[in-house]
Design a protein around this ligand. Structure first.
Ligand code: ADP
Ligand code: ASP
Ligand code: MG
Length: 431
């Protein structure tokens, strides 16, 4: 049965990292194997900046940004292939030329469409280099265009997967001819062949889509951490690794902001009971985390998620009305239209409170529209802490010295919203 490996930007950020990836794949010789790869390092951010320069900026800025993307990818190719760099460098040059051509061709189209036609080049470039490098070190590969594999609708920047069409398109990819199949994460394509993307950080989801459609045996996502922790180890100095948790629990953690796994990744795997392993590409001996059906370990350790740069909107009717269902329906409808997610929703007789990611492009039009019809009080720069399976003592120790601006609680989840400036720096979990 097929295995799916996914490598994120950090694991292929430069020539040294791509070499290590080759060594890793030489060691884990599973077949059939599909390898899903993100864009190198921070290339997607660079492509977003390139798009902004093309649409709203100076022509020189666009030129400089395109040139540095070209230079960085070519430098990696030269560092890897040395005297043999020619053919791969030519392919990289061709992709950069195509990127430039598409930018110009689509400059007049709506932004989300233009975004997808250009930002997908990060993954097209990285997979071209990675696939060629694996060949160079003796592994046969087949480079596959994810736009022809992952079938989606045309909801640009957040495309919805057509599962039946994708299953049809990937048929045969699980045949064992010894070759590693290398494809792009994050990227899909419509029935008409138009490029789409699945949302930022969507490569984990791509791996799950392919695994689901191929009835894979297992998905492994290789990270710069040994596995899934009960809090972000970069922010919480005594976070502990969760070696085994269930799909449901992992979905809750991802949904509430554990940035290690894209929230959409787990459902397609759960449906087919395909285990997900999260492990380190830096320390191959480190015990990984496994997400599967077993629920026995879910409540043993409290988990903490911190979402920063949040905005709280307290929305009240202007007249004598209550915040009744029709008004809530109206407000939540506008939220959906703005493409925003509320990490916390709380209501009272005359108030609806929403805690939103402070995503300015989407938030400002929403606030403007709400202000037309409601009294809106706004608080910016907040931090939303979510605790799963925490007891009262833990919650009050975490809240000590911090002002709670809103909260919500049910049997296993507690959320509190604090001023962002009270949440900076490294946290210590008072177990
Ligand atoms: P990718 O290379 O796949 O893009 P990410 O950078 O998105 O990987 O995810 C890895 C990072 O996720 C880690 O460096 C870590 O700081 C962060 N992270 C956040 N929450 C958690 C958690 N609960 N467990 C492990 N890592 C976490
Ligand atoms: N390259 C995309 C991003 O940076 C997708 C991913 O890395 O998962 O968002
Ligand atoms: Mg990432």
């Amino acid at each position: 049965m097929t295995q799916v490996f996914k490598f994120g930007g950090a694991s292929i950020q430069d020539a040294a990292a791509i070499r290590r990836l080759g060594e890793l794949l030489a060691r884990f010789r599973v077949r059939p194997l599909v390898v899903v790869v993100s864009a190198m390092g921070k290339t997607t951010n660079a492509l977003e900046a390139l798009l902004a320069a093309a649409r709203d900026g100076e022509a020189d800025d666009y030129r400089d940004r395109l040139e540095s993307l070209r230079r960085e990818h070519l430098a990696t190719v030269e560092a890897l292939f040395g005297a043999n760099a020619g053919p791969v460098a030519e392919r990289v040059e061709a992709l950069i030329t195509e990127l430039d051509r598409r930018h110009r061709r689509h400059a007049g189209r709506e932004r989300p469409f233009h975004y997808d036609q250009t930002v997908c080049f990060g993954e097209l470039l990285s997979t071209t280099i990675v696939s060629a490098w694996l060949n160079e070190v003796g592994m046969a590969t087949e480079w596959l265009d994810a736009r022809e594999l992952v079938a989606t609708d045309d909801c640009h920047q957040a495309a919805n997967v057509d599962w039946a069409a994708t299953a049809e398109r990937v048929r045969g990819l699980d045949s064992d001819d010894g070759r590693i199949r290398v494809t792009q994460g994050f990227v899909g394509g419509t029935a008409e062949g138009v490029s789409t993307t699945l949302g930022r950080e969507g490569s984990d989801f791509s791996a799950a889509i392919l695994a689901h459609c191929l009835d894979a045996e297992e998905v492994t996502i290789w990270k710069d951490v040994p596995g899934l922790f009960n809090a972000d180890p970069r922010r919480f100095d005594n976070a502990v690794q969760l070696e085994r948790i269930s799909y449901d629990e992992a979905i809750e953690l991802a949904w509430h902001g554990a940035k290690v796994i894209h929230p959409k990744t787990l459902r397609p795997l759960q449906r087919k009971a395909i285990p997900l392993t999260v492990r380190s590409f830096q320390d191959l001996e480190a015990p990984p985390s496994t997400i599967g059906r077993d629920t026995r370990f879910d409540t043993r350790t409290p988990s903490l998620m911190l979402r920063e740069a949040q905005t709280l909107l307290e929305i009240r009717p202007r007249d004598f009305a209550f915040m009744d269902e029709p008004r809530q329906h109206d407000i939540l409808g506008r939220l959906v239209e703005a493409g925003l997610h509320a990490g916390l929703i709380d209501s009272g007789a005359m108030r609806l409170s929403l805690c939103l990611d402070g995503h300015p492009e989407r938030l400002e039009p929403l606030v403007a529209s709400l202000c037309d019809d409601f009294a809106v009080e706004r608080h910016d720069n907040l931090a939303l802490l979510t605790v799963r399976h925490g007891n009262e003592a833990l919650l009050s120790a975490l809240s000590s010295g911090r002002d709670s601006l809103a909260e919500r609680r049910n049997a296993d989840t507690a959320q509190r919203l604090f001023p962002g400036d009270q949440c900076q720096g490294t946290w210590h979990i008072p177990y």
